[in-house]
Design a protein around this ligand. Structure first.
Ligand code: MLT
Length: 422
């Protein structure tokens, strides 16, 4: 393929460079288009527009490929751990035995949260959505660690900010849940690994002994791995554009949490269970809802099916489906909601209407099922997504800062009133 593209406007031909990535992806570099032609491009939702060049994650929506720093999601889910994947995603290579031990030790040192942050937590009524609590607690870190406000401080200072938020996110997430339950917040238990510490802070009660179920801890670690990064999704793009103004890591991550909250993004796993509960409340007739989903005049839409990037299947969904089956069997979970989910899954994988439209069960469909089986309440599902996506957000912010990328400032086509006298 030629290394340049031609665009012809009003009889004039302009040449634009074509760039190629390490996996053969090609893009027309339009960074000088307006200066050359006076024209801009228009691409609502940026579905045909690359915002950056990145070495973190490669995905191929047609072939169902997802890799982090070159390692397949299948290998990482099977052989790695969430903290190892976090290290790989953020720093670019798998850690040595010494590096991962130091990384884990550093994180353990910082799991405790300043006691005054409880005042932020206590300001939230118990009916607050945990995502709003989480984004506020993350933003409060800018007050307790003012040195984090400068993204251009030394590498060590930036790295300490990174360690602190990885260490404190599980504590914040568990506190958001305890606030909702009206239970006393638990403190981290540094004798436990990352996922087990989170589960204990979530579910331990002062009135009874709590032991982490290894099956649940293992399933959680795999779920976190599967959510670690997903190249330039809505929340990662939000983190990048907020960080591009040289806002701090914590301000950028907090913005990413709020972008993830929406039901079209990270909130989809919560919307899946709410859909299943509505079907159950209406008698549990999945065939009725399959027909509603096919009816163009019916506003009902199946949540948790298909994906805007993966055209044939989401590789994460295949892995998580297997994990869901294993967890449900090992925990002996018997839940009518999950039976309804199974019913929808069977139809979606066979029915020509869904197959022709690539409406297969996606990662949000299965993650909601597992989180529910693990005893995690529905409003916490997107918080779980945020916990998993944290390393990706950090890696995207760090890469954007290290590459000294310019402030994000898209253009527009104005369609409002022409000049009129006041
Ligand atoms: C994600 O993992 O961020 C979601 O699949 C959404 C996306 O990639 O657009």
């Amino acid at each position: 393929m030629s290394q340049t593209a031609e665009i012809k406007v009003d009889g004039k031909t302009f040449e634009l460079p074509i760039i190629e990535g390490s996996e053969g992806e090609k893009a027309i570099d339009i960074s000088k288009l307006r200066a050359q032609t006076g024209l801009i491009t228009l691409d609502p939702g940026f579905k045909n527009t690359g915002s950056t060049q990145s070495a973190i994650t490669f995905l191929d929506g047609e072939k169902g490929i997802l890799r982090h720093r070159g390692y397949s999601i299948e290998d990482l889910a099977e052989k790695s751990s969430f903290l190892e994947v976090a290290y790989l995603t953020i720093y670019g290579n798998k850690p040595s035995a010494e590096e991962i031990k130091s990384f884990q030790d550093e994180i353990t040192k910082h799991t405790l949260v300043h006691e005054d942050i409880k005042k932020v937590l206590d300001g939230f009524p118990s009916n607050s959505h945990p995502m709003g609590v989480l984004s506020s607690l993350v933003t409060s870190l800018t007050a307790f660690y003012p040195e984090s406000l400068d993204p251009n401080r030394s590498k060590d200072a930036v790295n300490l900010s990174i360690i602190r938020i990885i260490a404190k996110m599980p504590t914040f997430a568990a506190w958001a849940y305890k606030n909702k339950m009206g239970h006393p917040a638990n403190y981290p238990d540094n004798s436990l690994n990352y996922g087990s510490n989170f589960l204990k802070m979530m579910f331990a009660l002062p009135t009874e002994k709590y032991d982490v179920d290894p099956v649940v801890a293992k399933a959680l670690d795999k779920l976190l791995i599967l959510h670690a990064d997903h190249e330039q999704n809505c929340s990662a793009s939000t983190v990048r554009i907020v960080g591009s103004s040289q806002a701090s890591l914590y301000a950028s991550i907090s913005a990413g949490i709020n972008a993830l909250w929406g039901p079209l993004h990270g909130g989809a796993n919560q919307a899946v269970i709410e859909m299943l509960e509505a079907i159950k409340a209406d008698g549990g007739d999945t065939s009725k809802y399959i027909e509603k989903a096919k009816d163009k005049n019916d506003p009902f839409r199946l949540m948790g099916f298909g994906h805007r990037v993966y055209k044939n299947f989401d590789p994460r969904a295949r892995i998580i489906k297997k994990a869901a089956d294993e967890v449900l069997e090992k925990l002996g979970v018997n839940d009518p909601i999950l039976d309804i989910a199974k019913g929808l899954e069977e139809v979606a994988l066979k029915d020509e209407y869904f197959v022709a439209r690539n409406l297969y069960p996606n990662v949000d469909f299965y993650s909601g099922i597992i989180y529910r089986a693990l005893g995690i309440p529905t409003e916490m599902f997107t918080v779980m997504f945020a916990l998993g996506r944290l390393p990706g957000w950090i890696a995207q912010w760090k890469e954007m800062r290290e590459n000294n990328e310019p402030i994000g400032r898209p253009r527009q086509i104005y369609t409002g009133s022409n000049h009129r006298d006041y």
